[in-house]
Design a binder for this molecule. Structure first.
Ligand SMILES: [Zn+2]
Length: 318
Protein backbone atom coordinates (compact mmCIF):
# COMPACT_ATOMS: atom_id res chain seq x y z
CA UNK A 1 0.00 0.00 0.00
CA UNK A 2 1.29 3.47 -0.88
CA UNK A 3 2.24 5.81 1.93
CA UNK A 4 1.78 9.57 1.75
CA UNK A 5 3.24 12.44 3.74
CA UNK A 6 2.91 16.21 3.72
CA UNK A 7 5.89 18.44 4.52
CA UNK A 8 5.51 22.18 5.11
CA UNK A 9 8.17 24.88 5.44
CA UNK A 10 6.55 27.88 7.11
CA UNK A 11 8.42 31.06 6.37
CA UNK A 12 7.72 34.73 6.98
CA UNK A 13 5.65 35.21 3.81
CA UNK A 14 4.78 31.76 2.46
CA UNK A 15 4.28 28.16 3.52
CA UNK A 16 5.87 25.81 0.98
CA UNK A 17 3.97 22.52 0.97
CA UNK A 18 5.21 19.27 -0.58
CA UNK A 19 3.35 15.95 -0.89
CA UNK A 20 5.40 12.74 -0.83
CA UNK A 21 4.39 9.29 -2.04
CA UNK A 22 6.93 6.98 -0.45
CA UNK A 23 10.13 8.97 -0.85
CA UNK A 24 9.09 10.73 -4.05
CA UNK A 25 7.67 14.23 -4.36
CA UNK A 26 4.40 13.99 -6.28
CA UNK A 27 2.98 17.47 -5.77
CA UNK A 28 3.57 20.87 -4.23
CA UNK A 29 1.77 24.11 -3.55
CA UNK A 30 2.40 27.42 -1.82
CA UNK A 31 0.08 29.14 0.66
CA UNK A 32 0.57 32.73 1.79
CA UNK A 33 1.32 33.09 5.49
CA UNK A 34 -1.21 35.52 6.91
CA UNK A 35 -2.83 34.69 10.23
CA UNK A 36 -2.13 31.34 11.83
CA UNK A 37 -5.74 30.21 12.31
CA UNK A 38 -6.78 30.63 8.71
CA UNK A 39 -3.37 29.38 7.54
CA UNK A 40 -3.94 25.82 8.83
CA UNK A 41 -7.43 25.74 7.25
CA UNK A 42 -6.07 27.23 3.99
CA UNK A 43 -3.33 24.60 3.80
CA UNK A 44 -5.89 21.83 4.40
CA UNK A 45 -8.18 23.20 1.66
CA UNK A 46 -5.32 23.37 -0.83
CA UNK A 47 -4.11 19.92 0.23
CA UNK A 48 -7.53 18.35 -0.36
CA UNK A 49 -7.75 20.01 -3.80
CA UNK A 50 -4.27 18.72 -4.66
CA UNK A 51 -5.23 15.21 -3.50
CA UNK A 52 -8.21 15.21 -5.90
CA UNK A 53 -5.89 16.35 -8.70
CA UNK A 54 -3.41 13.57 -7.84
CA UNK A 55 -6.18 11.02 -7.30
CA UNK A 56 -5.16 10.15 -3.73
CA UNK A 57 -7.26 10.02 -0.57
CA UNK A 58 -6.41 12.73 2.04
CA UNK A 59 -7.15 10.17 4.79
CA UNK A 60 -4.18 8.07 3.68
CA UNK A 61 -1.75 10.66 5.07
CA UNK A 62 0.89 9.02 7.31
CA UNK A 63 2.21 12.23 8.82
CA UNK A 64 2.51 16.00 8.56
CA UNK A 65 6.03 17.41 9.02
CA UNK A 66 6.41 21.09 9.87
CA UNK A 67 9.49 23.31 9.65
CA UNK A 68 8.63 26.58 11.38
CA UNK A 69 10.53 29.88 11.45
CA UNK A 70 10.51 30.27 15.20
CA UNK A 71 11.67 28.87 18.51
CA UNK A 72 10.08 25.47 19.13
CA UNK A 73 9.70 23.77 22.51
CA UNK A 74 11.43 20.41 21.96
CA UNK A 75 9.08 18.56 24.34
CA UNK A 76 5.61 19.99 23.65
CA UNK A 77 6.47 21.03 20.07
CA UNK A 78 4.65 24.32 20.68
CA UNK A 79 5.92 27.45 18.95
CA UNK A 80 7.35 29.39 21.90
CA UNK A 81 7.87 32.47 19.76
CA UNK A 82 7.93 33.42 16.11
CA UNK A 83 8.44 37.09 15.26
CA UNK A 84 7.88 36.41 11.56
CA UNK A 85 4.60 34.55 12.03
CA UNK A 86 3.58 36.83 14.89
CA UNK A 87 2.73 33.96 17.26
CA UNK A 88 3.63 33.15 20.83
CA UNK A 89 3.12 29.93 22.82
CA UNK A 90 1.09 28.47 19.96
CA UNK A 91 0.12 24.80 19.89
CA UNK A 92 0.62 24.33 16.18
CA UNK A 93 0.85 20.55 16.51
CA UNK A 94 -2.70 20.22 17.92
CA UNK A 95 -4.04 22.55 15.24
CA UNK A 96 -2.65 20.35 12.49
CA UNK A 97 -3.70 17.13 14.26
CA UNK A 98 -7.29 18.41 14.44
CA UNK A 99 -7.50 19.91 10.97
CA UNK A 100 -5.81 17.02 9.17
CA UNK A 101 -7.23 14.28 11.44
CA UNK A 102 -3.77 12.74 11.71
CA UNK A 103 -1.97 11.79 14.93
CA UNK A 104 1.57 11.97 13.56
CA UNK A 105 2.57 15.62 13.36
CA UNK A 106 6.19 16.64 13.77
CA UNK A 107 7.26 20.24 14.48
CA UNK A 108 10.82 21.50 14.23
CA UNK A 109 12.68 24.77 13.78
CA UNK A 110 13.20 25.61 10.10
CA UNK A 111 16.99 25.99 10.34
CA UNK A 112 17.28 22.58 12.03
CA UNK A 113 15.09 21.18 9.24
CA UNK A 114 17.34 22.84 6.64
CA UNK A 115 20.56 21.26 7.88
CA UNK A 116 18.83 17.90 8.21
CA UNK A 117 17.49 18.21 4.66
CA UNK A 118 20.88 19.14 3.24
CA UNK A 119 22.60 16.32 5.11
CA UNK A 120 19.97 13.61 4.46
CA UNK A 121 19.02 14.51 0.87
CA UNK A 122 22.00 16.19 -0.78
CA UNK A 123 24.71 14.28 1.12
CA UNK A 124 22.75 11.01 1.58
CA UNK A 125 23.41 11.01 5.37
CA UNK A 126 27.12 10.37 4.75
CA UNK A 127 29.03 13.21 6.50
CA UNK A 128 29.62 12.56 10.17
CA UNK A 129 29.26 16.27 10.96
CA UNK A 130 27.90 19.35 9.22
CA UNK A 131 26.87 22.87 10.10
CA UNK A 132 24.49 24.85 7.94
CA UNK A 133 23.60 28.54 8.05
CA UNK A 134 20.28 29.73 6.63
CA UNK A 135 20.62 33.38 5.72
CA UNK A 136 17.26 35.10 5.31
CA UNK A 137 15.26 37.59 7.37
CA UNK A 138 17.57 36.50 10.18
CA UNK A 139 20.33 33.91 10.41
CA UNK A 140 19.44 30.43 11.58
CA UNK A 141 21.61 27.37 11.71
CA UNK A 142 21.83 23.78 12.70
CA UNK A 143 24.45 21.15 13.40
CA UNK A 144 24.68 17.47 12.58
CA UNK A 145 27.13 15.68 14.87
CA UNK A 146 27.87 11.95 14.77
CA UNK A 147 25.19 11.69 12.07
CA UNK A 148 22.49 13.09 14.38
CA UNK A 149 20.82 16.47 14.59
CA UNK A 150 21.82 18.45 17.68
CA UNK A 151 18.56 19.14 19.54
CA UNK A 152 20.11 20.69 22.65
CA UNK A 153 20.43 19.40 26.20
CA UNK A 154 20.06 22.54 28.28
CA UNK A 155 17.52 24.97 26.82
CA UNK A 156 16.64 22.66 23.94
CA UNK A 157 16.72 25.68 21.68
CA UNK A 158 19.94 25.57 19.63
CA UNK A 159 19.67 26.89 16.05
CA UNK A 160 20.29 30.57 16.74
CA UNK A 161 23.83 31.34 15.52
CA UNK A 162 22.49 34.73 14.39
CA UNK A 163 22.32 35.97 17.98
CA UNK A 164 24.81 36.58 20.74
CA UNK A 165 28.55 36.71 20.91
CA UNK A 166 29.18 40.28 19.75
CA UNK A 167 30.66 39.53 16.33
CA UNK A 168 30.48 43.12 15.08
CA UNK A 169 30.33 46.63 16.55
CA UNK A 170 28.31 48.51 13.93
CA UNK A 171 24.72 47.27 14.28
CA UNK A 172 22.37 46.66 17.19
CA UNK A 173 20.16 43.60 16.82
CA UNK A 174 16.35 43.44 17.05
CA UNK A 175 16.80 40.91 19.88
CA UNK A 176 18.26 43.67 22.05
CA UNK A 177 21.85 42.41 22.14
CA UNK A 178 24.77 44.33 20.68
CA UNK A 179 26.87 42.98 17.86
CA UNK A 180 24.79 39.98 16.74
CA UNK A 181 25.83 38.28 13.51
CA UNK A 182 22.40 38.60 11.90
CA UNK A 183 22.24 42.37 12.41
CA UNK A 184 25.12 42.62 9.91
CA UNK A 185 24.93 39.55 7.70
CA UNK A 186 21.28 38.47 7.31
CA UNK A 187 19.77 38.92 3.84
CA UNK A 188 17.58 41.68 5.29
CA UNK A 189 20.60 43.47 6.80
CA UNK A 190 22.63 43.14 3.59
CA UNK A 191 19.74 44.51 1.51
CA UNK A 192 19.44 47.50 3.88
CA UNK A 193 23.15 48.18 3.36
CA UNK A 194 22.84 47.78 -0.43
CA UNK A 195 20.02 50.32 -0.59
CA UNK A 196 21.79 52.78 1.66
CA UNK A 197 24.78 52.76 -0.71
CA UNK A 198 22.57 52.62 -3.83
CA UNK A 199 20.68 55.79 -2.89
CA UNK A 200 23.93 57.79 -2.91
CA UNK A 201 25.67 55.90 -5.70
CA UNK A 202 26.46 57.73 -8.93
CA UNK A 203 27.65 54.57 -10.70
CA UNK A 204 26.01 51.31 -11.89
CA UNK A 205 24.42 50.50 -8.52
CA UNK A 206 22.83 53.95 -8.36
CA UNK A 207 21.65 53.63 -11.96
CA UNK A 208 19.98 50.28 -11.20
CA UNK A 209 18.28 51.80 -8.16
CA UNK A 210 16.92 54.71 -10.23
CA UNK A 211 15.95 52.45 -13.11
CA UNK A 212 13.89 50.08 -10.93
CA UNK A 213 12.48 52.92 -8.83
CA UNK A 214 12.28 50.78 -5.68
CA UNK A 215 14.47 49.16 -3.05
CA UNK A 216 16.86 46.58 -4.46
CA UNK A 217 17.00 42.91 -3.48
CA UNK A 218 19.97 40.55 -3.53
CA UNK A 219 18.48 38.99 -6.66
CA UNK A 220 18.47 42.43 -8.35
CA UNK A 221 22.15 43.02 -7.69
CA UNK A 222 23.23 39.49 -8.66
CA UNK A 223 24.49 40.59 -12.14
CA UNK A 224 26.50 43.47 -10.59
CA UNK A 225 27.96 41.05 -8.03
CA UNK A 226 28.96 38.65 -10.82
CA UNK A 227 30.57 41.52 -12.74
CA UNK A 228 32.70 42.37 -9.70
CA UNK A 229 31.02 45.73 -9.14
CA UNK A 230 33.15 47.29 -6.40
CA UNK A 231 30.36 49.00 -4.44
CA UNK A 232 28.35 45.77 -4.29
CA UNK A 233 31.34 43.56 -3.53
CA UNK A 234 32.52 45.83 -0.72
CA UNK A 235 29.12 45.57 0.98
CA UNK A 236 29.32 41.77 1.01
CA UNK A 237 32.97 41.76 2.06
CA UNK A 238 32.15 43.89 5.11
CA UNK A 239 28.84 42.16 5.94
CA UNK A 240 30.21 38.62 5.85
CA UNK A 241 33.26 39.15 8.06
CA UNK A 242 31.33 38.46 11.32
CA UNK A 243 30.04 35.20 9.79
CA UNK A 244 33.59 34.17 8.92
CA UNK A 245 34.71 34.89 12.50
CA UNK A 246 31.97 32.67 13.86
CA UNK A 247 32.76 29.81 11.47
CA UNK A 248 36.42 30.03 12.50
CA UNK A 249 35.53 29.73 16.19
CA UNK A 250 33.12 26.86 15.61
CA UNK A 251 35.66 25.01 13.49
CA UNK A 252 38.33 25.28 16.18
CA UNK A 253 35.89 23.58 18.56
CA UNK A 254 33.87 21.25 16.34
CA UNK A 255 36.21 20.32 13.47
CA UNK A 256 33.14 19.74 11.26
CA UNK A 257 33.36 17.98 7.92
CA UNK A 258 31.33 20.58 6.02
CA UNK A 259 29.88 24.07 6.50
CA UNK A 260 26.94 24.89 4.23
CA UNK A 261 25.62 28.34 3.33
CA UNK A 262 21.91 28.42 2.50
CA UNK A 263 19.20 31.03 2.06
CA UNK A 264 18.79 33.95 -0.34
CA UNK A 265 22.44 35.11 -0.62
CA UNK A 266 23.50 31.57 -1.58
CA UNK A 267 22.21 32.30 -5.09
CA UNK A 268 25.39 34.36 -5.50
CA UNK A 269 27.29 31.07 -5.63
CA UNK A 270 30.98 30.28 -5.33
CA UNK A 271 32.14 33.89 -5.13
CA UNK A 272 30.13 34.29 -1.92
CA UNK A 273 32.01 31.31 -0.48
CA UNK A 274 35.31 32.86 -1.61
CA UNK A 275 34.55 36.08 0.27
CA UNK A 276 33.75 34.11 3.44
CA UNK A 277 36.83 31.89 3.07
CA UNK A 278 39.15 34.86 2.52
CA UNK A 279 37.98 36.30 5.83
CA UNK A 280 38.20 32.94 7.63
CA UNK A 281 41.87 32.65 6.64
CA UNK A 282 42.60 35.64 8.90
CA UNK A 283 40.92 34.04 11.91
CA UNK A 284 41.77 30.34 11.73
CA UNK A 285 44.85 28.29 12.56
CA UNK A 286 46.36 26.71 9.48
CA UNK A 287 45.85 23.14 10.76
CA UNK A 288 42.09 23.78 10.85
CA UNK A 289 41.90 26.10 7.86
CA UNK A 290 43.53 23.76 5.38
CA UNK A 291 40.82 21.13 5.94
CA UNK A 292 37.89 23.55 6.08
CA UNK A 293 35.15 22.83 3.54
CA UNK A 294 32.54 25.57 2.92
CA UNK A 295 29.82 24.86 0.37
CA UNK A 296 26.74 26.54 -1.07
CA UNK A 297 23.55 24.62 -0.25
CA UNK A 298 22.69 21.98 -2.84
CA UNK A 299 19.05 21.65 -1.75
CA UNK A 300 18.41 25.41 -2.02
CA UNK A 301 14.90 26.48 -1.14
CA UNK A 302 13.82 22.83 -0.69
CA UNK A 303 16.08 22.14 2.29
CA UNK A 304 13.34 22.92 4.86
CA UNK A 305 10.63 20.69 3.37
CA UNK A 306 13.13 17.90 2.66
CA UNK A 307 14.57 18.08 6.17
CA UNK A 308 11.22 18.14 7.97
CA UNK A 309 10.16 15.12 5.86
CA UNK A 310 13.39 13.15 6.41
CA UNK A 311 13.34 13.83 10.15
CA UNK A 312 9.67 12.86 10.59
CA UNK A 313 10.18 9.81 8.38
CA UNK A 314 12.66 8.38 10.91
CA UNK A 315 10.53 9.34 13.86
CA UNK A 316 7.26 7.83 12.61
CA UNK A 317 8.90 4.75 11.01
CA UNK A 318 7.38 5.74 7.65
ZN1 LIG B 1 20.37 39.30 18.12
Amino acid sequence: MSKYALSIDMGATTAKCVIFKGNDIIGDFVVETKTMNSLVVNIKTRFVAKCIELDIKPKKLSFVALAVCGIIDPVTEKVIFSANLNIKDYDIKSEFQKEFEVKNVSVMNDAKAAVYGEWASAYKRKPNSMMMYTIGTGIGGGIILNKALILGDSSGLPSEPGHGGGFQTKYKCNCGLDGCLEAAASATAIELQINEVARKSTSELGNLYKELGRDLTIKDINPLFNNNNKEVKDIFIEALEPLAKQIAIIQHVLDAEIFVIGGGPSLLGEELVNIIKNHIDKYILNDFGKHLDVQISKTGFSSGTLGAFEFAKERFKY
